[in-house]
Design a protein around this ligand. Structure first.
Ligand code: GDP
Ligand code: MG
Length: 188
């Protein structure tokens, strides 16, 4: 399976028609700065389709990409960014909640991205559990795995998989190009 084409469609707010057009969607969710945009770029093999940033909290709309002319990649705003105001954080939280639990978008898979070098945070587990409660089809990606020392790698991954339960866990590094084919297999 391969990605032949990918194009940016729009930055959307809730109630956009793009969430009602029936096209299957792969949602990318995770804490701010965890590497959501970098992962989308690595999957489609384009350097800057999704804008990446070393400043957390930049993506405050829902960015939609059309892949292989047949499905959407949906880059959701990151949650849990401490430097935003409480009002901004509540707005983003509400947008994410709306997308997953209110909108009628045709969600095929949810890619929950965690920082593999630190493991799931309280926010990540909260997100995971509410997605589970709504019976979403979830794959967990442990990004930035290049930051984990070889000597503790196995034990570290074992700890993460214990915390996330039965979901497929994919160790990933956009930097070292690890996990790309494994994730493509899950979502295409
Ligand atoms: N070490 C390392 N850094 C990464 C990796 N993926 C992304 N980053 C860095 O993490 C930061 C945030 O990435 P971005 O894709 O903008 O995160 P987003 O806010 O979740 O969309 C950037 O500085 C990236 O270069 C990775 O696999 N390894
Ligand atoms: Mg981003």
């Amino acid at each position: 399976m391969k990605i032949e084409s990918a194009q940016f469609i729009k930055s959307a707010l809730t109630n956009d028609f793009v969430f009602e057009d029936g096209i299957p969607q792969i949602a990318f969710i995770g804490r701010s700065n965890v590497g959501k945009s970098s992962i989308i770029n690595s999957l489609v093999g384009q350097r800057d389709l999704a804008k990446t940033s070393s400043f957390p909290g930049r993506t405050q709309m829902i960015n939609v990409f059309l892949v292989n002319k047949s499905l959407y990649f949906v880059d959701l705003p990151g949650y849990g960014y401490a430097r935003l105001s409480q009002v901004q954080r509540d707005e983003l939280r509400e947008m994410i909640r709306w997308y997953f639990f209110v909108s009628h978008s045709n969600q095929k898979k949810v890619v929950l991205i965690i920082d593999g070098s630190i493991g799931p945070t309280k926010d990540d587990l909260e997100m995971l559990h509410s997605l589970e409660a709504h019976r979403k089809d979830i794959v967990v990606v442990a990004n930035k795995i290049d930051k984990v020392k070889k000597s503790v790698y196995k034990k570290h991954l074992h700890l993460i998989s214990n915390e996330i339960g039965a979901h497929t866990l994919i160790p990933y590094s956009t930097k070292d190009k690890v996990g790309i084919n494994e994730l493509l297999k899950e979502i295409l």
